[in-house]
Write a protein that binds this ligand. Sequence first.
Ligand code: GTP
Ligand code: OAA
Ligand code: MN
Length: 615
Amino acid sequence: MTATSVRVPHLPTVEPGRPLDPYAWVEEVAALTEPDAVVWCDGSDAERDALIAGMVRTGTLLPLDPELRPRSYLARSDPDDVARVESRTFICSDTADEAGPTNNWREPAVMRAELAGAFAGAMRGRTMYVVPFSMGPVGSPLAQLGIEITDSPYVVVSMGVMTRVGTGALDLIVAGAPYVPAVHSVGAPLTSSDEDVPWPCNRTKYISHFPTTREIWSYGSGYGGNALLGKKCFALRIASVIGRDEGWLAEHMLLERVTSPQGRRYHVAAAFPSACGKTNFAMLAPTLPGWSVETLGDDIAWLRPGDDGRLWAINPEAGFFGVAPGTGVETNPTAVAMLASDVIFTNVALTDDGDVWWEGLTPTAPEHLTDWTGQSWTPSSGRPAAHPNSRFTVAAAQCPTIADSWEDGAGVPVDAIVFGGRRATNVPLVTRAFDWQHGVFMGATIASEQTAAAEGTVGELRRDPFAMLPFCGYDMADHWAHWLRVGETLSSAGRPLVFGVNWFRKSASGSWLWPGFGENSRVLAWIVGQVEAARSGSDEGAVAGPVGLRPAPGALDVSGLGLSDDDLAELFAVDRAAWQAEADRTEEFFAQFGDRLPAPLRTQLAALRHRLTRP
Ligand SMILES: Nc1nc2c(ncn2[C@@H]2O[C@H](COP(=O)(O)OP(=O)(O)OP(=O)(O)O)[C@@H](O)[C@H]2O)c(=O)[nH]1
Ligand SMILES: O=C([O-])CC(=O)C(=O)O
Ligand SMILES: [Mn+2]
């Protein structure tokens, strides 16, 4: 090296499929980011308590009244760092084709150089935490390991809730098990500690994924989906690629166990787009007598074909990062009970007595609050007190309906797969797919109205296939082909039935046609009834329509709901002209995938059009 050469920062080199020495890698990341200190986290209570005490001192966490909400805290984010940033989420596969037309692709070498510039010195003045974790029970054959490096104590504590952090994971990594290297920085280096702010972040953000080397580099945001790298970045974007290569599925799905009055157990996995009801469906309190629902997961499921021809699923997470608004005693008493203590709230409102509040927690708002931005608020303020994407972070074990076997590494056998979206019009309350290929078509054609969970215009209809549009680490059409292949590896008796649901249909006057929440147990009862019928080789309880099988008259229990016949008809109405228009939009949507679109999906679209033309 000559005296005049300039040191060009670069990311550590990671070779696909080659062991990555965790100590050398951490050292290289530290050399790049230049933190004041490096701390290896063990996931202990003492470590968490010390981090929380530090964040209370710096104002990152506000302790709630310990009498009202023991060991719980409120974090207020920077007002510009409240959701996932899809426009800054990158899939850096070797070729643009591999990422597909719905992902933001960047050439790996170009992105590495750009990231190196951003990460150089990014942790100056801060502590770098090294967080070893397992997605799935430590040592489970379905689990995967990772190390997240972060300069945010909020991220360390949240990862401790959402994943299994600690020496168990580190021991496996040190022994040579493969792991996903994931680096996160808020992108706010300090020259002196007194210039810090409660929620440091950077206006420039990168949420970058390198599928070939299984790496994640996240910069500039402290918000959950961007910064808790075990969740969307690893358990969906990177894991979907690992699953493609290894023959399993990483999906944006809740997982639940339904027990009928006869004591029969069924397992249901359901994919709904962000903020479209997964947490609520996973914790549903059935209104139908004799039924029960137990929770296994509320956001992500990993599903793997077993030797027995069935599809086995685990929830790789250890906690819930749920939407607060709309969570109330009326809608989700289970979640409200789960939030009684030991919760980190982000961007909800603060009551005058030191508790939290959000829209929908109680039917009427308190007379005075401090809103999520720290401003004084009254019901006449004309703005929400809690951010629409405000969230709670809580351990899964705190859920009153958590299944006793939720940490069983073998997983549960899935009987039914449900796809859903938020559709004010057109889409019936519940539809059963004719077969697996039709089910994959249903998943591939989900459209939903945009919510506050990501940046964008709330309410706008967008395609969100498999509820995975923002989360699939490779070409979406290849993902559908993968689903078709996985279906073929399952036995005909073991293959789950597939359903589509829509809780969000509205009447002409704009009110919900379906009461939703606990009443969704009525739909679940029909779904598992169909599973039983299919096992005995019948379609009893269902009649075929143009878009799929629907409940036969009387087969869906709506007793006591006070639904008018007109409302019930409207809930299941299929407007043929509107569906032909929908088929046109599907064709346009499919066209962008070119030759990668699996032929069976083209066939399904043609079959749908044909059925729509028949009386
Ligand atoms: N009308 C109606 N609203 C619902 C129903 N289920 C959930 N919601 C509302 O939808 C919003 C989001 O629900 P969640 O269950 O948190 O959504 P999610 O899919 O888990 O969201 P992510 O965590 O972003 O993946 C909340 O405001 C709920 O109150 C339902 O059956 N009917
Ligand atoms: O990822 C997040 O920030 C929250 C979430 O579950 C989603 O948006 O689907
Ligand atoms: Mn989600």
